[in-house]
Every structure is written in structure tokens, then in C-alpha cells.
Design a protein around this ligand. Sequence first.
Ligand SMILES: NC(=O)CC[C@H](N)C(=O)O
Length: 221
Amino acid sequence: MKTAVIVFPGSNCDRDLAVAIETITGTAPVMLWHGETELPAGLGLIALPGGFSYGDYLRSGAMSARSSIMRAVVDAAGRGVPVLGICNGFQVLTEAGLLPGALMRNAGINFVCRDVALTVDNSQSIFTSRYDAGEAITIPVAHHDGNYFADDATLDRIEGEGRVAFRYAEAVNGSARNIAGVISDGGNVLGMMPHPERMIEAAHGGDDGRRLFEGLLEAVA
Ligand SMILES: NC(=O)CC[C@H](N)C(=O)O
């Protein structure tokens, strides 16, 4: 599968994500700087990594969402190309309007960096087909702006449409309805605060993140 990882100034999970993608898909992703204007043809995945792009100035992800490569990402997403945003990548996707809602400062103000228990809400998506609905998994988080917010009508709609991919099984950051990951209305864009690329092999303490990439590989093939 041909993949691309977008690198913004201040991304710091881009290499981890590239290693996870290469380990699982067998092919190294193309690393694309944010100032590029075009994506390679035939991508099976565009991945937006975690980090502190533009130092989280203004709002986390807000400045990256306006970078030139994001115009191409929004266009590709509209054509159905799978897009995965992890942590700061999720923040960029909400700021770019590809996903509903916003990521606010954690309710407890603190930066939270630890493994968290999640439940898989929807196992029907291209990202979650290798999990069982309701399955309990563990994936780490590391953020200060992970407090997912959307108005009640939006929350009701995304829940009703099966667009909540993952929920925190415990209170982590104050997120509305404990939402940890959201899928777009087209089904091809996923944003999530937990880091699946940090949980793909025993040395990470578990491999619950691995099936996300495996499921996607299968779906795209
Ligand atoms: N690991 C990350 O991507 C951090 C995301 C973000 N900048 C925050 O702390 O909220």
C-alpha cells in the first residue's frame, strides 16, 4: 500500500508513525513536508502525525490546517482517500473542517501521558474492522489539548451515524461523552487522540494499535 506521512514544523511523531506503517504494510511511506502542494497519486493512506506543530500557537492544529499541503489533503479526502490523524493530526483535521468538533485544553489542565483503556465503539469502519464492537483495548495518550467538544446535536448525530470509533473507558481529559476518536461522514477520515503507532509490538507493552493499520491495509487492498 502506498502511503504518505505529512510533516509539519513541530511534528514529533512522524518517524514513529513511519516505522509503524513500514513495519505493518511492508512499504515505507513518502514523507511530505507541509509546504508541498501535491500528493503522490494512488495513495492508500494519508497520515497526519502527532506533535506540537507551530508550537500549538493560536490553537493546536490551527496553523497547520492552513498549510498548502492541507488543500491537497482536503481534496483527496473528498475523493475518498483514507486519512488518519493521530493526536496533533486529529487537531489539524478538526481545524481543517474534515472532522466535526474541536479539541480543547484537557479538563484537568495537565498534560496527560500514559496508557489508557479504550472501548471500540464501531468495528465496521475501514480503520476498525479488525476489532470487535465493544472490545476493550489499551493505547497510550500524550496531550494537553485532547478534550473533545461538539454541541449536543452534533454529538447525537455522530453517535447515531456510528461515527464514534473509540471512547475512553475512564475519564482522561474531559472529552464529551468520553469520545477518543471520530470518523468523517464519508467514512474515510479518522481522527483520534490515542497513539496506535506506539502500541504495535510487545516491546511497546502491547499491540492493540497494530490492528488499526492491519484493518486499513486489508480494506484498501
Ligand atoms: N502528542 C501530540 O500529538 C500532542 C498533541 C498536542 N499538541 C497536545 O499536546 O495537545
